[in-house]
Structure formats: structure tokens, C-alpha cells
Write a protein of this length. Structure first.
Length: 109
């Protein structure tokens, strides 16, 4: 259980819907041990860390021009509104504003 959270399987697929309890069962440990390891290594609760992972994985998808609803689903959000709220809370703007700002900052071809 002492490997870094960055080497654990959920970093490969942020859209994986399994809970900390389900991951703990798969890793043959208790959910309490898993949650403690997350807090000790990242300073965040598992759910908050996973939300941030999902949001960060969404940025390149938005930059590719994918629809916000598509991006939300691909990175594991149950609803587009939940994704938009989490995105705004974390980045201080909506996904649409991020896309517009990124497009404005891109060099002209």
C-alpha cells in the first residue's frame, strides 16, 4: 500500500466511477487506510483529489474543441452542471470562459 498515489491505477482513467471504498477493496486494504494515505501524501481528501484530477484532465479536451458536456462525461462527472460548478470553483471561471480565453491567447496561424 506504500506506493505513491501518482502510481495508483485511478490516475490513468480519471473518469473511473469507483469510490474510495471500492478502490480499497480492489487494493486489499481498508478504506480508512486508503483515505489516510491520500490525506498524508496529497493533503486532500480522496474525493477532492479525484475532482482536481478530473478537472486537470479536462483542460486538453476543452482545448481540442470538445463540447463541455462531452468533456464532463469523459472525465467522470455525472452532470454537466456539476462539472461547470466544480470547474468554476477550482479555476475561477467557467469552461466556456476558459475556452474563449485560451482561443484569444493562441497565436494567429
Amino acid at each position: 500500500m506504500r506506493r505513491s498515489v501518482w502510481h495508483w491505477p485511478w490516475t490513468r482513467d480519471p473518469g473511473d466511477p469507483r469510490t474510495a471504498t471500492e478502490w480499497a477493496q480492489e487494493l486489499y486494504t481498508s478504506s480508512t487506510s486508503l483515505r489516510r494515505a491520500f490525506r498524508a501524501e496529497t493533503g486532500l481528501a480522496f474525493s477532492e483529489w479525484r475532482t482536481r484530477l478530473r478537472l486537470n484532465h479536462s483542460l486538453p479536451l476543452l482545448a481540442q474543441g470538445q463540447l463541455v458536456s462531452t468533456v464532463a462525461a469523459r472525465v467522470g462527472f455525472v452532470s454537466t452542471n456539476g462539472y461547470i460548478l466544480a470547474f468554476r470553483r477550482h479555476f475561477g471561471r467557467t469552461p466556456g470562459a476558459y475556452v474563449r480565453e485560451s482561443a484569444a491567447d493562441a497565436p494567429a496561424a
